[in-house]
Design a binder for this molecule. Structure first.
Ligand code: FES
Length: 145
């Protein structure tokens, strides 16, 4: 981990506003932001650990623990909210509590005309999602080996 982190930090050390690009690259490399990387990131960018933690927790995109087998993103942006996205997000939260799947909010998947929209990993998009369709999708993902 140290060599990868050092390479990322060296590439951005003198760049203004380097924190977000660094966090993106750390998450790309490790799948999440390992807590033990925070002191090194803060030190290299001359920031406090609290500042780094603040940015990590502000952006939903950054994961503080490894993702589950699949990442399920429910759109929480306005157009989807207007057609049942909020209820779907609540349903998803209850359905995935304790699941091996990771639930994350996302803010627009480009399917605004046929929401609520859901994305699985980086590859599958699902439009006009309902709680029943969501349960069927989750059951399929959970049964995959
Ligand atoms: S608002 Fe949900 S896909 Fe655009």
């Amino acid at each position: 981990m140290t060599a990868i982190l050092s390479r990322i930090l060296a590439a951005h050390r003198d760049q203004p506003g380097a924190l977000l690009p660094v966090l993106h690259e750390v998450q790309e490399a490790f799948g999440f932001i390992p807590p033990e990387t925070v002191p090194a990131i803060a030190g290299a960018l001359n920031l406090s650990r609290a500042e780094v933690h603040g940015v990590i927790s502000y952006y939903h995109y950054f994961r503080q623990r490894p993702a589950g087998r699949h990442v399920v993103r429910v759109c929480c942006a306005e157009a989807c909210q207007a057609v049942g996205g909020e209820a779907l997000a609540e349903h998803a939260k209850a359905r995935l509590a304790g699941s091996e799947l990771t639930l994350e909010p996302v803010y627009c998947l480009g399917l605004c005309a046929c929401g609520p929209a859901v994305q699985v990993d980086e590859t599958q998009l699902h439009a006009a999602m309902t709680p029943a369709k969501f349960d069927a999708l989750v059951a399929r993902l959970e049964s995959e080996r």
